[in-house]
Design a binder for this molecule. Sequence first.
Ligand SMILES: [Zn+2]
Length: 234
Amino acid sequence: MHSVLQSLQSLQEVDRDLFKVLVELKRLPEEEKRRKAALDKLLARAAELRNEAKVLRVKSKELDDRATIARQRLKKVDSEAMASRADQALLAAYDHERRTLKRDIGATEEEGLGLLEQVDVLEKQAVEAEAKSAAEQAIFSEFQQNMVKELAAANARRSELEARRKERMGEGLPADMLALYARVLSTREGEALAQLDGRTCGACFMEVPTNMVVRVSRGADLVQCPSCDRILYI
Ligand SMILES: [Zn+2]
């Protein structure tokens, strides 16, 4: 068992670094995804603001046209009223239409102006959102370029560590013990072994029962720390 523990210690030296490299290889693409989603959200927001402004501008143009038609109609009503000055009933009808038209024109123009103010605000917000998107896009591109380099370096390091690991594996470790080691390595983030310092686990600093200490020093089996699960050695 001492030789098994020695082999595991020898593996642990490599696996500690390998674990970090694997974490990095996983983290970078995840970060890219997260950054990309944030950037897409910004771009979508900017496009949305542009579109809202466009829709309102079209609406305000429609109101403008409506006011123009109403003004033309008002002119016509004015001249028709002039022409039929004698007919009181007709005059009253024209008068009524004129008031209605004027009210309509006023309301339409006011609504149109309100819309234009909203368009102004939206376009300003769109410009800001676009500037922010562009800045974030530049940061993202830089991140991607660095990421490619970092991934390449991490992959090279991974190959190197895996080769070194292979060399150290050639010592006939029993499969069940290796599986236990691998399991603890994964749950304990790259540190599967812990050195006993007297009765204290060197990783989690909890006290280990005396009979366990005896078992570790006897070295007949692999003993795990009852608190942190790591495989203990002296
Ligand atoms: Zn422990």
